[in-house]
Design a binder for this molecule. Sequence first.
Ligand code: NAI
Length: 300
Amino acid sequence: MDEELRFDGRVVVVTGAGGGLGRQYALMFGGRGAKVVVNDLGGDEKGSGSCSTAADNVVDEIRATGGQAVANYASVEEGALIIQAAVDNFGTVDVVINNAGILRDVSFHKMTDEDWTLLQRVHLNGTRAVTQAAWPILRDKGYGRIVMTTSAAAIYGNFGQANYAAAKLGILGLANALAEEGRSRNIQVNTIAPIAASRMTATAFPQEFLANLRAEAISPLVGWLAHENCSETKGLFEVGAGYIAKLRWERALGHAFGADRAFTLDDVARHWGRIVDFTDAEHPLGLNDSLEAVERALRA
Ligand code: NAI
């Protein structure tokens, strides 16, 4: 049998690791030799309150099986404190799993400034704060694995989640940019859109549906993306219920009116079928592929 993929000597930070998916990630890393910073603010699912018990319990679980872990209770908004905990306790950081999150679902016409701002602060600003604190360390050592967490609700859109969707797709944009910036330093950045039973989804789906959506089914992908043998970067994956699949952009061949020719909305209407036709579609991977389409249009 192949040897199991391990994280001996690696320092892994998991945010929001006191419960739900983050707890499973922390247990997996701890069980495979990593030194784990178990971060969790310990508040409720709407972002109120705080307590140290959630993170402490997971640290106890890891230590009980012989693993190495320390608790950290900072909010991800204070990302530097979380990375500092990794440096103070374990000397460095190698892997960052940006997982912490909250929900404040409400339809857009009833959404308050606080509903909006708090979601951006925790998800987008928190992910940026933790990642940016780790970034110089990862750059200097020429090694890093970062996993970001987005959501199908953001990729596809969902009623009542405008605040969450904006923050979560902001995270995907951040990941895409950092994957490019990290490429030359062996820092790989990937994003997952998980689905699993947790307190976050407890009221969103029927119980019988949630019964088979085990939180443990997300950690194998997170572990692989965080491993040194994995060369994937700038990937986006849907994962849940024992299923893992990569997503990518798709662009229709479209219609080129000619850069030097005047055209009107009537012309757009006339060619609409072609503009939205995905027959023979392309799958652009980077900005060059986008510019390539512009150059093609200029030649049309
Ligand atoms: P959860 O509510 O069980 O876990 C989230 C954890 O983050 C909690 O332990 C919470 O205390 C912690 N947390 C919240 N705010 C924090 C802050 N400011 N600083 C530090 N820790 C904080 O939720 P779950 O389901 O485990 O979610 C994990 C991630 O996966 C979240 O980013 C969520 O948006 C995302 N996600 C989950 C889905 C699911 O089906 N469970 C679907 C799509 C995305």
